[in-house]
Design a protein around this ligand. Structure first.
Ligand SMILES: NC(=O)c1ccc[n+]([C@@H]2O[C@H](COP(=O)([O-])OP(=O)(O)OC[C@H]3O[C@@H](n4cnc5c(N)ncnc54)[C@H](OP(=O)(O)O)[C@@H]3O)[C@@H](O)[C@H]2O)c1
Length: 309
């Protein structure tokens, strides 16, 4: 039986990890939250986790208030402590215990301006040789793309990735984007986009939705399952991209949401300038997965989520 420690157990992702691992008798699960441990305190990390001696540590904690930490210095300090430094403390301790660490990061580590890929065999940026005929480039960022965050939240998450790589040994850094699922029991919980837009759609005959920021949605139960698969398959340690298939803009996602929910609300595409926010978002931040079997489409996952709500 393997001892697995899940931290951030009341979070949107954490709660799915806990129920999945608990349903498998091969694991003895310890589920911790802020009440049990403050991962930004290195002494607590060392003392409390050393006593437990887990062979797997899953860090599902996170500071996710993208706009708040952009405009407020004290909040950015909090983001750096939780997203940037704590993963390093966990990585150091995991190495000492010879445990596997799973840590989650984000598509927001990327700039939003992906390179335009060339078809196989075309070396230059010609855009015109015969190899380009019928070639549809997949725009986005693969696991080896260079991170260049354009807002403070992304910077804090990148600090965490760097710390895990610097101090860790047996680690998986899993990048995800636009998480959705059952609302977290966490105090810091944000409602997921689909729940917000469903409520808005029921009250209005038309809504304006940003038709930009193309990326993939990630269904929390699917991410939990994929995390368990990665661990159990003994995949090489390193960086993975886990998101549901089907990159889309916010507008495209709401059209799909209302179609499934059979809402007649009109969805009007608008530019991001219509909703000014403190933090800049990547224009395209699709996570390209080259290392794992693809996940099901977000449309299927969304259908399941709405059915079970
Ligand atoms: N949500 C997204 O759209 C999104 C997108 C990309 C990446 N991610 C990443 O995915 C991971 C999971 O995100 P999520 O949305 O599931 O997070 P979440 O719902 O906000 O949950 C975060 C959890 O962390 C706990 N926590 C906060 N500070 C802590 C501390 N100092 N020590 C111990 N526990 C602490 C919270 O506990 P309390 O309830 O006690 O405060 C809560 O249970 C994070 O790494 C996040 O950055 C999320």
């Amino acid at each position: 039986m393997q001892k697995v420690l899940i931290i951030g157990a009341r979070g949107m992702l954490g709660q799915e990890l806990v129920s999945l691992f608990k349903s498998d008798r091969d694991y003895k699960v310890t589920a911790w939250d802020f009440d049990n441990i403050d991962v930004t305190d290195e002494n607590q990390v060392k003392e409390k986790i050393s006593k437990l001696t887990p062979s797997i540590i899953i860090n599902a904690t996170g500071y996710n208030a993208v706009d708040l930490c952009e405009k407020d210095k004290a909040e950015f300090e909090k983001a750096k402590k939780l997203n940037g430094k704590a993963p390093g403390y966990l990585a150091k301790l995991a190495k000492k215990l010879d445990a596997t660490l799973v840590h989650y990061s984000t598509d927001y580590v990327f700039s939003g301006m992906p390179e335009l890929p060339e078809p196989a065999g075309c070396g230059g940026s010609c855009n015109s040789c015969s190899l380009h005929e019928g070639f549809v480039p997949q725009l986005g960022f693969d696991e080896d793309a260079i991170p260049e965050p354009v807002q403070k939240y992304g910077k804090s998450k990148l600090m965490g990735e760097i710390a895990v790589q610097k101090f860790g040994e047996k680690y998986y850094i899993i990048r995800l984007s636009k998480l959705f699922g059952k609302p977290a029991k966490a105090k810091t919980a944000k409602k997921s986009f689909f729940d917000v837009m469903l409520a808005v759609g029921k009250k209005n005959t038309e809504v304006n939705v940003v038709d930009e920021e193309t990326s993939c949605f990630t269904y929390a139960p699917d991410l939990a399952k994929k995390t368990k698969e990665i661990i159990e398959a003994g995949k090489p340690f390193g960086i993975y991209h886990v998101a549901n298939e089907g990159a889309c803009t916010w507008h495209q996602a709401v059209v799909e949401l209302y179609r499934i929910a059979k809402l007649k609300t009109k969805v009007i595409p608008v530019s991001s300038d219509e909703f000014p926010r403190p933090a800049q978002r990547p224009y395209v931040s699709t996570l390209i997965n080259t290392r794992l079997n693809p996940m099901r489409s977000y449309k299927l996952a969304l259908r399941e989520y709405l059915k079970n709500k």
